[in-house]
Design a protein around this ligand. Structure first.
Ligand code: 26Y
Length: 650
């Protein structure tokens, strides 16, 4: 029986205000006589948290199948805003706080938001330090699981230090340790749960892997996450019912691996029941493969994780024996069932024995062992399918294992496209965008002292630094447009994205798995200039070709162009040379704009000056983005990969 909550969830602002007040007066963390925003934040968070407690008990009572999302990183937003948003009680709490003399918007700012990564600005280009989409997707997914009432959760590490904080000074970049952990009402320590993991080191997110000790530390972190999480899952599984059989484990538990970082969950899920409970190999393999699914986030060979075999043998000998056995089993299966594909084995097998650096290919281990593999955009999933064909063909029809779960959906959006031409609606749209641009401009002026005309075109690129994302190309373009653009400097995504009107997603076609900021920009009515890469393809499909500024070559043209370039047959646009010349000379003065006249940018400026046309495109961009809501993605994962159902809480 689930007991009634001590502080039931209420939507009555007066009751909420009383409850917040109770936490202000009776908490043990700060003086009851203080009620500054900091205390208001804490008391509000405790009030929300207390009324949420009982939710977990319903999951225990009904014993539904659970999903656990394993990720080495979560890029969280504000916990309080998320929680009340997901509970649908934002307005009630805002009103309650008003009664107590506080603004919800103001108190949530109390927390240092670890998702607010500082950025470096070069002309109109923002080079983002800190992490990309993978960690943010993990957090979006947790939010969507909550929104959809799914019995699901995440496992990650509680790093003491996040990625460094960046400060830009006249001397250059400064890196400061990010001790992001604060005294937080959202952390609950479970002193009663302790699991033995053979080593313990997990202070830093992504310790440098240039040195052997750095590599070893990262491997230890990965194993730590997998081992502790699986032990917790198994112990919960056993607690649920008096008796249990291992064969029913996959019908109660789904584990999703966010990229290869938690791959060690595969040998660990084999190892734990075999070592502790004498389960046989075949049963353990059956349990493992039916439990684990894998999401791939890149096809770039240099980004695919490979661990040194000697390091693995030293650190995890039992797991290496298991991996070796899986590899042998896989080789035998291919030879038995598909002798025609044997020639592909050297690239498909798990253990690459080639001297001088024998390695374990983690992605191959995942593809061989997981029941489902998915990519993060349509084009990316097609590429996976083509490249991993051999492996998947072992599991029934060749296409059965790789899913196109790519952020698919088809959400009906509240805004109808018929509004796009409506003059009043356009005015409202324009003033919302203008308000965001002013907010951004005022932030820029605070941080840099530069003032920006809010009527200018805000063209923004925010991405991790990588060659394939072609920030350099954008910089060259920016130098080319030197006189047309103001030079500015800025901060956060929440301000940048709504405040932008044009955004650059120009990665070389075939390289970006999905990209996620492209969706955020498009959803905020920002037009995109982009290549046919990653999710750009689907965004263009959804919002319409006419409102997408297409740039560069298609994925299938790239190899030919590369060959061209190798043979020195490729003639770059003369503006490249000119821009490079500018950089060399340091003189940006006398420039002839004639070559620009036919350029894409010119088309963009022409559109931008036609206010009605631009607004219509901006509205249609938002309308078309319903497909990219992560709630839709998670609904699809729940149905097609995890086989879990909604579990409503009264
Ligand atoms: C250090 C190493 C193990 C590592 C750590 C983090 C390797 C990769 C990453 C993060 C990768 C990442 O963020 N990938 C991006 O994931 C997005 C969400 O699926 C994609 O949209 C994007 O194309 C991809 O680059």
């Amino acid at each position: 029986k689930v007991p009634a909550a001590a502080h039931p969830l209420t939507e009555n602002p007066t009751e909420i205000a009383t409850d917040i007040n109770y936490h202000v007066k009776l908490n043990t963390h700060f003086s009851p006589f203080k009620f500054e925003p900091e205390q208001a934040f804490f008391a509000t968070a405790e009030s929300v948290r207390n009324s949420m407690g009982g939710h977990f008990l319903y999951f225990v009572r009904d014993n539904p199948k659970h999903t656990y999302y394993f990720s080495m990183e979560f890029l969280q937003g504000r916990a309080l805003t998320n929680a009340i948003g997901n509970l649908g009680i934002e307005n009630a709490y805002a009103e309650a706080l008003n009664k107590l003399g506080h603004e919800l918007e103001e108190i949530v700012e109390q927390v240092i938001n670890s998702s607010k990564k500082p950025v470096l600005v070069l002309n109109c280009i923002i080079l983002m330090t800190g992490n990309g989409g993978l960690g943010r997707i993990a957090s979006c997914f947790l939010d969507s699981m909550a929104t959809l009432n799914l019995p699901a959760g995440g496992y990650g590490l509680r790093y003491k230090y996040g990625l460094f904080k960046q400060r830009n000074t006249k001397q250059g970049q400064e890196e400061i340790a990010e001790d992001w952990l604060e005294f937080s009402p959202w952390e609950v320590v479970r002193y009663d749960l302790v699991y033995p993991v053979r080593f313990f080191i997990y202070a830093v997110l992504y310790p440098g892997d240039a040195t052997e000790s750095g590599k070893l530390l990262r491997l230890k972190q990965q194993f730590f996450l997998c081992s502790a999480s699986l032990q917790d899952i198994i112990s919960r599984f056993k607690d649920q019912r008096g008796g249990y059989t291992w064969s029913e484990f996959p019908s109660k538990i789904a584990v999703q691996l966010n990229d290869t970082h938690p791959t060690l969950a595969i040998p660990e899920l084999m190892c734990l029941p075999m070592e502790d409970e004498g389960l046989g190999w075949d049963e353990a393999w059956d349990v493992t493969t039916r439990t684990i699914a894998y999401t791939n986030h890149t096809v770039l060979p240099e980004a695919l994780e490979k661990w040194s075999q000697p390091v693995m043998w030293k650190l995890l000998p039992c797991h290496m024996e298991i991996i070796e056995e899986i590899d042998i089993m896989f080789l035998a299966m291919v030879k038995d069932t598909r002798p025609d594909l044997e020639y592909k084995l050297p690239s498909m097998c798990i253990l690459d024995h080639n001297p001088p650096k024998p390695v374990v290919r983690m992605a191959n281990l995942c593809v061989v062992s997981a029941h489902t593999v998915n990519g993060v955009a349509q084009l990316h999933s097609y590429t996976l399918k083509a490249e991993l064909f051999v492996v998947t063909s072992l599991y029934g029809p060749p296409s059965s294992k790789i899913r196109l779960t790519a952020l698919l959906g088809g959400f009906g959006f509240a805004i109808q496209s018929s509004f796009a031409d409506d003059a009043n609606f356009q005015d409202e749209w324009a003033s919302a965008k203008m308000a965001s641009k002013r907010r951004l401009a005022s932030n820029i002026s605070c941080v840099t002292g530069e003032s920006i005309d809010p009527n200018s075109l805000y063209d923004i690129q925010v991405k991790r630094i990588h060659e394939y994302k072609r920030q350099l190309l954008n910089i060259l373009g920016a130098i080319d447009r030197w006189y047309l653009f103001q030079n500015y400097n800025v901060s956060v995504a929440e301000m940048l994205i709504p405040g932008s009107e044009l955004s650059q997603h120009i990665s070389t076609a075939g390289m970006e798995a999905s990209g996620t900021s492209n969706m955020k920009f498009a959803l905020n009515g920002c037009l995109i200039i982009g290549t046919l890469d990653g999710a750009n393809v689907e965004i263009r499909e959804e919002i319409g070709e006419e409102i997408f500024f297409l740039f560069g070559a298609r994925a299938d043209e790239v190899p030919r162009l590369r060959k061209y370039q190798e043979n020195r047959l490729f003639e770059p646009d003369p503006r490249f040379e000119e821009a490079k010349q500018y950089i060399r000379s340091g003189a940006f003065g006398s420039y002839d704009y004639k070559p620009l006249l036919d350029s894409l940018e010119d088309v963009i400026y022409r559109y931008f000056r036609d206010r009605k046309r631009w607004l219509k495109m901006s509205i249609l961009s938002t309308v078309g983005c319903g497909k990219f809501i992560s709630d839709q993605t998670i609904a699809q994962y729940a149905k097609e990969i995890w086989n879990i159902q909604e579990c409503r809480v009264p």
